[in-house]
Ligand binder design. Sequence first.
Ligand SMILES: Nc1nc2c(ncn2[C@@H]2O[C@H](COP(=O)(O)OP(=O)(O)OP(=O)(O)O)[C@@H](O)[C@H]2O)c(=O)[nH]1
Length: 269
Amino acid sequence: MNTAADTPLSSGPALLDEIRALLDDPALRGDPLHAPLAQLHALAREQHERMARLIRISDGYHDWSQSRAEDLNARFDHHVRRLEKLARISDRYQNSLRELSESLREASITDALTGLRNRRYLMERLREENGLGKRSAQVYSLAMVDVDRFKAINDRFGHETGDIVLHRIAGALQGAIREHDICGRWGGEEFLLILPGTPLADGCHLVERLHTRIRDLYIDAEPGGGIQVSISTGLTEYRPGEAPTHTLARADAALLQAKEGGRDRLVAI
Ligand SMILES: Nc1nc2c(ncn2[C@@H]2O[C@H](COP(=O)(O)OP(=O)(O)OP(=O)(O)O)[C@@H](O)[C@H]2O)c(=O)[nH]1
């Protein structure tokens, strides 16, 4: 910052004082230069004072603008920090919304008792598979599985044990299929298997394997020691261009035949 002391004006006051001393000297009063010098002195003093005033104003303005700039910087930093905080909060909020909507979606397509996909999801997938079949002529097999004489299990061992049996059957079915196959609970003691890219013959092999697994299940229960179950299955293959309800109806008809044929068997049509 400039001050009057370190400007070219700094020598001014001493010079003015020297001239003032000369003007005040009685010996020089009569000098013809006295009057013009006195005028010059008055003029120089006035200019000097004006200049000093300007410098003071300019220094004051400089101080004011510097503190204003610092104030603005501080306010800007404060706003940036607030915006960063808001962005962090908004990120966390969006993440928890995403997690919430994923878990809602998961709950809406999951069967609470067995943990398998539920009927709603199975219908979505059937529509997708039929759409895919229409576009790309890709086949899939559909198996409708029903637990045999399940009412008798409920009646003898109670509904809670019945639930455990359903849970064990669900685990056995899910554990026996391939990664891209879908096993879901269609409702009650009925399960549905969607086997993408699987022709009927391959579907038959897979379902026969499932039947063996279910027959091998042994579920501890009182009274009487344990429960063994069997399933009946209706299997069919998607026919190009048909609606999901037609594929489903054929699987259902095949299941009915399996039941009527004595249960614990597979009927493929
Ligand atoms: N424990 C339990 N039982 C269920 C559930 N859903 C349906 N059931 C029972 O499953 C039984 C099905 O009986 P039915 O339709 O007569 O069939 P089934 O006794 O298995 O005889 P078939 O299918 O002809 O071999 C009924 O008693 C239902 O109450 C469930 O979530 N838990």
